[in-house]
Design a protein around this ligand. Sequence first.
Ligand code: C2E
Ligand code: CA
Ligand code: CA
Length: 661
Amino acid sequence: MRLFGVHAAISLIPVFVLGAALAVNFKAQERHRALTDAEDQVTLLAHTTIDPLINDQATLNAGAVTNANPLRGALNDGSVLRLRLWSSDLHDVLNQAPQGAAPLQTDDDVKFAQDAANGATTSRVTTLPTGTEPPTEEAVVVYRGVWVRVPKGPTPKLVAVIEVAIPYGPVKTQAATALKNQYRELAVGLGALYLTLLVIALSMSRGLRKEVAFNAFLAEHDHLTDLPNRTLFHRRAGAALRRASRDEPVAIAIIDLDRFKDVNDTLGHHNGDRLLTELARRLDVNTRPEDTVARLGGDEFGVVLTSVTDPEEALVRLRMVIDREVEVSGLPLSVESSIGYVVAPADGTDIDDVLQRADVAMYVAKANHAGVVRYDPEQDDYDAAKLALVAELRHAIDGGQLVLHYQPKTSIADGGVEAMEALVRWQHPTRGLLYPDSFVPIAEQTDLVDRLTDWALDTALEDVQQLAKINEGLAVAVNVSARSLGKLDFARRVTAALEKAGVPSTRLIVEITETALITDPERAARSLSNLHLAGVRVSIDDFGQGQTSLGYLSKLPVHELKIDKSFVSDMLVNHGHAAIVRSIVDLGHNLRMRVVGEGVETDEVLSGLRVAGCDVAQGFLIARPMPYGKLVGWLAERTPENPKRTRRRPLNAKGRVPAAS
Ligand code: C2E
Ligand code: CA
Ligand code: CA
């Protein structure tokens, strides 16, 4: 409102300026009109009084002028103050009334009289001495030529110049009255204009204020559910933390829906959105007005409960509220959720620490299907540090902290590089380079692994596309966890990634561990056949570890078996493992698959694999996983003419690898 007042005051300025300009103009016009009126009066007087006194010879009986009736009357009643009649050459005053009047002649008089003699009627306002009280009087003095048309003469002839002073007072009063009326009208008009402008401005500023408020709302709220977003949640949680005390503790919780992605996948995003909206509404109505419920993104909600005596009980109740069936497009759905929470100040007071701890607790809840879990660094059941890592992983993916290292897969027959396997590493800002074993298994407990898979796919495809310049036929193998493979839209995501990178599907191999196949055979089979249809090759990793039914395996569109490195590495000393290696090679070949031996660290093992009939080798002997930049150099050294630099030992007479010396 204050802003509006300022606005109103400012817009008054141009209205005032306009008013003042018009007023000055009006005043000038009024004065001009007063002078013209006076000139008209004198013209009339000349016509009625003087013209009749001009005789046939076109000379004027000047002496009779002041005695002429209308003029005498005018002099007597004061409507004419002075009169003077100049000779046409302006040298003589022919007549003057009143007779004793002070001479009017000044230089100005002569100038004006001269103009009149030249044909113009002129006038000016001046002050005349009166000889009585008041001593002076304002007057309009008009000068006008008296002309007569001479028969047969070429132009009218100037007979005299008449100079008449009439009081300015009445003219002025009349002009002032007219001016006053004009001013009044002007004021009313401008006032109306100003009010109209004000009303327009008021309604516009109201509209603007509404828009500003709306934008502020948008910036801090989630557009799907209208709940506060992460930004506002962060602010409110921070404020609640500052107020938290032992007597008035604050609970901050992170709620993550379980398997929400399945709802999106099976029923479509539209229904997923409806489910989220309904759950958001429920959370909102089931908390107190002083609490905060926010949507942090996707299927994640945040809750701040202030001065709560039993947060566990409150959150269990909220979880039950989420659990209750929701009808979406006629289908009764129920979603479970995992809730992790912290109680401040006991579990921390720094907003970032507290949120991260709530996140960790949420992952514990998720991993153990425990429902509602409070953060507890002492708990033995889980490695809090590892879980904290997963909480960080979310940001690491977006923050560019992950890198892919590549390990070549080479043909045992000729050493030619067939593919490179992408292996993820995390360049952690404080812990250094982390290997997948320390974060992938935990990421696999949550949908976070999907983001990891998507990231690895995108990055590997980008790299292989770059590598086409050096090696056009090279394929890239990407590891995909069971959880991602089980997603209904997995194959679609893969083809989308191929399209985005502009890489043909034949250059991608998807590696899935044997155990991943067993987790959800049906879904896995569906994803695999969709990948196969799209032209993507599938490799079964760590084969021999699980117990895949051979019947199931024979039906899957699989291109490659990778013998688990635990069998390969000691095949030369462990006869059982050597037998397994040979069996897998046979099985694979019978099912028309390529067979890869991984974990090849020595020439002997490589030879053993060759003897067993294995097609492809991978291991430290050939190359350790290396960053992309190093791989480029490594590949450049291995031209098709010189495919391998690794030594190959000649086999002995029995076709066996000679014992290492
Ligand atoms: P994996 O797919 O079986 O990958 C082979 C692992 O064995 C790699 O470990 C590799 O560095 C290691 N390795 C290769 N050659 C040798 C060798 O000669 N001797 C020995 N002792 N080890 C060798 P890494 O990179 O630590 O990866 C471990 C596992 O993490 C991988 O096993 C894979 O299951 C998983 N992983 C790696 N990257 C990703 C990824 O992007 N997504 C997913 N879901 N999982 C990944
Ligand atoms: Ca692998
Ligand atoms: Ca493996």
